[in-house]
Write a protein that binds this ligand. Structure first.
Ligand code: SAH
Length: 352
């Protein structure tokens, strides 16, 4: 039995040595399984979608938690979107459990890195979402983890997501969000996937502030990051999404807005202002509505295209930067002490 979650159809085709008359049937089963459908007896394929053990709801938003074979938890968020009369779902997936990047404002960072997710665990979040919540239009790698720290698995997962025989996501429906790892951005550029979207968490107007809230910046300052972005082959009508978490008293002054616009001047960029969602034991409050609007106005009047990310899911710790169950650390220690028996993890109860 081959697991479809970490294979492109061509690999299954080769592994099973399919004859032309079988190919259509197996291809249909491949697609069905990736959409969360049931396996069938006549095709040796399965989808090891990890059991959903918790679901939290806030309006139409759903955060769901899957239990891994080693007793850890993967968090994903289905975000309802609405624009110009259209409605769709964006799925925010995790690429790691925990994260090594230690950004001061982020909940996930408090966990440290527990481990990378496998290709099947990444694709399995999409399959579970399609099964339980219906069609997902966009997938953004903005859940737990730094996708470029788990480069190979993330790229392979993208290949599976884009496979026309399966989930067939167009590149423009997929977004990788990074802390700004320069070698990773350059490797991504070399793949030549011109349609894939790239989001960069800048979060600061200068190195002094950025190094304070994002330790990664001490190793790769903003100038190096900008150089990598300038070399990145964007399509004509494409922009970098520059994420800017607005934190009161840290990066929300008028001078910061002007400095940010100056830094971004050579780049094709849309700034996405994200009101800070306080993490547990946060030293900072959330910004006031007034300060968010003021900051956006400063950017706009300096000629910078910008958007605002609407805050959703804050009450369920499902908003940006709020993923990461603290109990995971304990779970990780327990799992290391008592590795699960193969059947034991299949009995995760479902709640909603
Ligand atoms: N490691 C990746 C993806 C995960 S974070 C990255 O750094 O981009 C996804 C987005 O959430 C990033 O833009 C990050 O800056 C933002 N974010 C993190 N913590 C946040 C918080 N507490 N409030 C609002 N946004 C936050």
């Amino acid at each position: 039995m081959l697991d479809v979650l970490d294979r492109e159809f061509c690999e299954i085709d080769t592994a099973l040595g399919l004859r032309p008359q079988q190919r259509k049937l197996v291809r249909a089963a491949y697609r069905r399984l990736l959409h969360g459908g049931p396996p069938t007896d006549d095709v040796p394929l399965r989808a090891d979608i990890r059991p959903v053990v918790r679901t939290l709801a806030e309006g139409e938003l759903r955060k769901f938690v899957q239990r891994t074979a080693d007793g850890l938890e993967i968090e994903s968020v289905v975000v309802p979107m609405q624009r110009r009369g259209g409605q769709w779902k964006t799925l925010c997936v995790s690429s790691q459990i925990g994260c090594a990047r230690a950004c001061r404002f982020c909940e996930t960072a408090q966990l440290g890195l527990l481990r990378d997710l496998t290709v099947a665990e990444i694709v399995g979040q999409v399959a579970a979402a399609q099964r339980d919540y219906g069609k997902v239009r966009n997938v953004v790698f903005m859940g737990m983890g730094e996708p470029l720290d788990n480069f190979d698995a993330v790229v392979k997962a993208l290949r599976v997501l884009m496979d026309p025989a399966g989930l067939s996501f167009a590149g423009e429906r997929l977004t990788i969000s990074t802390v700004g790892r320069v070698d990773g951005i350059r490797r991504l550029a070399r793949l030549g996937w011109r349609r894939l979207n790239l989001a960069v968490s800048l979060n600061a107007p200068n190195d002094e502030i950025r190094s304070r809230i994002m330790p990664h910046n001490r190793f790769e300052p903003m100038g190096e990051l900008r150089a990598a972005l300038l070399d990145y082959p964007l399509r004509n009508c494409q922009y970098f999404m520059i994420e800017y978490v607005l934190i009161p008293g840290v990066n929300d002054a008028h001078t910061h807005a002007l400095e940010l616009v100056e830094f971004l001047r050579p780049l094709k960029a849309v700034v996405n202002v994200i009101p800070y969602n306080p993490r547990t034991h946060s030293p900072w409050p959330a910004p006031t509505e007034e300060s968010v609007v003021r900051f956006l106005n400063w950017l706009e009047s300096a000629g910078q295209v910008c958007k605002r990310r609407l805050t959703k899911g804050r009450g369920q710790m499902a908003a940006c930067g709020q993923l990461g169950n603290r109990e995971l650390r304990t779970a990780a220690r327990r799992a290391a002490a008592h590795p699960p028996t193969p059947a034991a993890d299949e009995h995760g109860e479902r709640a909603s």
